[in-house]
Design a protein around this ligand. Sequence first.
Ligand code: ATP
Ligand code: MG
Ligand code: FE
Length: 346
Amino acid sequence: MRVLGFESSCDETGVALVEFTEQGGSPKLLADALHSQISMHQAYGGVVPELASRDHIRRVIPLTREVLARAQASLADVDVIAYTQGPGLAGALLVGAGVAVSLAAALGKPTMAVHHLEGHLLSPFLSSDPPEFPFVALLVSGGHTQLMRVDEVGSYELLGETIDDAAGEAFDKSAKLLGLPYPGGPHLAKLAETGNPEAFALPRPLMHSGKPDFSFAGLKTAVLTQVKKLGDAPTEQQRADLAASTQAAIVEVLLKKSLLALKESGLKRLVVAGGVGANRMLREQLNAACAKRGIRVHYPELSLCTDNGAMIAMAAALRLQRGIGATAPSGGGFEVRPRWALGEVS
Ligand code: ATP
Ligand code: MG
Ligand code: FE
């Protein structure tokens, strides 16, 4: 069986073809193609929803052709068409969903609506070292920071989440204050390489709450205060120091709360997913702390940490393997869910 997956929830258009057998075994990625709109939005310092929707329209068909060509397949070889139904930008979601549902109707194939965060969460199944169930998942992306208990595909229990900004948002907003381009996470991480993580005393909100919850809004305010103190012409070293201190604050909280969730659940496996999961310092610290405690940590491939079509096709394949059904082709009606909690999928 082959599933063609579409991702268009934000500023990446992703299409991928995944093959699987209904008997089980790891689904296989046959081909994927991605177009990132980052350079288009950079001039505005963030994603402009209307521009995002229009660009998805421009890219989605050429990317689909590219994927089929690379997999040496045709639309006739596709058995199920999957798409990101939410959460995300409504107009952006409508493009991927509209194309997926229309294609399915034209081909007489079933569709599967996928939750974007389920895609992130299951993306390590595309790596050479896929995890086994059950595990604790640390989902750290641009819009979400959550710890979940995952017992099986489709079984997601929220253990704790951020009460305000997401970790990715904390990276991006702090980076912006430091004058770095959007999205700032990777730029801030780069600048931090030459900085002293102890140079600035920044807050670690909710660090000692005793619960697997997070808060990052106060950190951004503290970074703003420091930036103002440094004045108009901070030295390169001061900027690097502030970047390093910011990254250290975020990573320390993520580490502490992940260990707390692991301890409370008694599980010995951690899956890290979402864009911030690409952060090197986070990976190093999680690896070291978990190794000490006999905990295995799994990550998606670096290139699949941020949004992509492969994770959507993979999530659909894993669901289908477990008999979680697809929807028969309809007359073309469909809905997207810009706001949608992952717990509702279970
Ligand atoms: P969501 O999945 O919650 O809807 P999203 O799709 O925008 O949000 P992702 O694509 O998973 O989020 O991740 C993007 C985020 O990851 C951005 O905030 C970006 O700055 C951050 N990011 C990417 N690489 C790194 C890195 N190396 N260090 C820190 N942050 C990073
Ligand atoms: Mg993105
Ligand atoms: Fe995402």
